[in-house]
Design a protein around this ligand. Structure first.
Ligand SMILES: Cc1cc2nc3c(=O)[nH]c(=O)nc-3n(C[C@H](O)[C@H](O)[C@H](O)COP(=O)(O)OP(=O)(O)OC[C@H]3O[C@@H](n4cnc5c(N)ncnc54)[C@H](O)[C@@H]3O)c2cc1C
Length: 228
């Protein structure tokens, strides 16, 4: 395996353009996990920020910030911290980054529902420069060569984060998050929806090892104390 170590965003992007089969690397907990390691990598740790700052009523979390640091930052809204802390292993939280998690757009993601409900705004590098895109738009559609630089969340927002798993260290069966009237619902293996409280009604659910489609739909229907 070759690991490219670019020293600028433009260099990182150029490597990805030239070698689309390469994966970006931040914390490496996915791309270096057992079963990973099959592709060459582009290490972004020198070019993606890894600090938390506040500006214009928002907390800006560098893509390279570890989930453990997200979960313990007083600047970050409580339900976003809770989402980061839902990664159950301290070792993993100390390696995994919010950028890597957001990029993964996983239906069992630690952060997916909370970032959607919060209407988080990503700063991405797309080859021409840095621009912003809402996480909702990113989940719907994005280019695989975009580099997530940071994630901006309005300060002071309040929300709720819920995760159902069969044991604390197991993958989530469903997660759900709400903030300011937006509700986001995810369920393994591939359900991700958001909108009003009943947004789950439009979702397609599938059976998998974690549970039946009906079970997941039921969990979402009652998770905020709503109708069944
Ligand atoms: C045993 C185990 C269990 C896991 N369970 C879960 C789980 O339940 N929920 C969950 O969400 N995750 C889970 N993961 C996956 C992983 O740990 C997390 O998703 C983690 O947050 C990924 O962050 P990372 O920094 O390690 O990303 P990396 O492994 O470095 O990268 C992850 C993905 O994001 C891309 N990427 C990384 N940085 C950027 C960037 N700046 N811009 C664009 N793309 C980028 C990579 O190319 C790759 O596709 C699990 C992993 C393991 C090994």
């Amino acid at each position: 395996m070759t690991v490219h170590r670019p020293s600028s965003l433009s260099e990182a992007y150029a490597v990805k353009k030239a070698h689309p089969e390469c994966s970006y690397l931040l914390g490496g907990t996915s791309v270096l996990a057992i079963g990973g390691g099959e592709t060459d990598l582009i290490d972004l740790n020198r070019v993606v920020p890894s600090s938390i700052s506040e500006k214009d009523g928002a907390v800006i979390i560098g893509g390279g910030v570890k989930l453990e640091d997200v979960s313990s930052s007083d600047a970050v809204p409580a339900f976003i911290r809770e989402a980061a802390a839902s990664c159950p292993s301290l070792q993993q939280r100390n390696m995994a980054t919010i950028g890597g998690n957001a990029a993964s757009c996983r239906a069992d993601g630690y952060m997916t529902a909370a970032l959607l409900a919060a209407d988080a705004i990503l700063s991405v590098y797309d080859g021409d420069g840095e621009r912003t895109v809402s996480y909702r738009d990113y989940v719907s559609s994005h280019e695989s060569d975009w580099i997530i630089m940071s994630i901006s969340i309005r300060t002071g927002i309040e929300g709720v984060m819920k995760r159902v798993s069969r044991a604390s260290h197991m993958h989530a069966v469903v997660t759900a998050s709400s903030c300011g009237g937006c509700y986001a619902y995810t369920a393994s293996p591939s359900t991700i929806v958001w909108g009003g409280k009943d947004a789950y009604r439009n979702a397609e659910y599938s059976d998998d090892l974690l549970g039946s489609a009906d079970y997941k739909r039921y969990l979402h229907s009652v998770i905020f104390g709503g109708e069944k």
